[in-house]
Design a protein around this ligand. Structure first.
Ligand SMILES: N=c1c2ncn([C@@H]3O[C@H](COP(=O)(O)OP(=O)(O)OP(=O)(O)O)[C@@H](O)[C@H]3O)c2ncn1[C@@H]1O[C@H](COP(=O)(O)O)[C@@H](O)[C@H]1O
Length: 161
């Protein structure tokens, strides 16, 4: 499932600020909403390219320890590593199903789901995108075949078999 980027506070948050003596609260909620709308407009002007992943990480990180009733990321993070890993696994399976079925259009959406859930996994584990980019950078120009051939013969996985 694909979800639009939104930094808007929920309608719930704004509607709570009503009634007598609440006008100040209502005004500040309105102000926050206007500010969030500006941020949302800014986001709509951001490029739809690979930099979106860094922005997604920043948004998910900012959701940590926030209200789980307002943010899906906050809800997922509050449920702990097991649930986060489970969701990531489910999305990965849905992704590979579309790949095997040759449904390219659905594979795009499922890929976005996988990346979102991977970012949640990173936030939960304390891994930053920069660490992953650095690892990919380190591997650049190293053939996978050559790297595998250079591995020590006695690997942990092989010992167990
Ligand atoms: N990219 C995503 C994204 N992709 C998928 N999803 C949500 O992931 C959920 C997947 O639904 P499922 O039914 O599979 O999962 P579930 O609700 O946990 O169900 P259970 O497994 O618990 O039964 C849906 O609510 C989707 O909307 C996402 N939620 C958020 N984002 C991004 O994260 C940002 C922050 O979102 P919030 O944290 O919700 O503010 C958004 O602006 C988006 O950019």
């Amino acid at each position: 499932m694909i979800k639009k980027v939104s930094t808007k506070p929920s309608a719930k948050t704004a509607s709570k600020a009503t009634g007598k003596g609440q006008s100040k609260k209502a005004a500040s909620a309105k102000q926050a909403e206007t500010k969030a709308e500006i941020v949302q407009d800014d986001l709509l002007n951001e490029p739809a390219d690979k930099t979106v992943l860094d922005r997604l990480y920043d948004v998910v990180l900012s959701r940590k320890d926030t209200d789980p009733s307002v943010s899906h990321s906050a809800r997922l993070l509050s449920r702990g590593t097991y649930k986060i890993a489970q969701k990531f696994g489910e999305e990965a399976v849905e992704c590979l199903i579309e790949a095997v079925a040759g449904r390219k259009d659905l594979l795009v959406g499922e890929s976005a789901d996988v990346l979102y859930h991977l970012v949640v996994l990173w936030v939960d584990a304390g891994v930053t995108p920069e660490e992953v980019w650095a690892e990919l950078r380190r591997r650049e120009g190293v053939s996978g075949i050559a790297e595998k051939a250079a591995r020590p013969k006695e690997t942990f996985a092989k010992k167990d078999k």
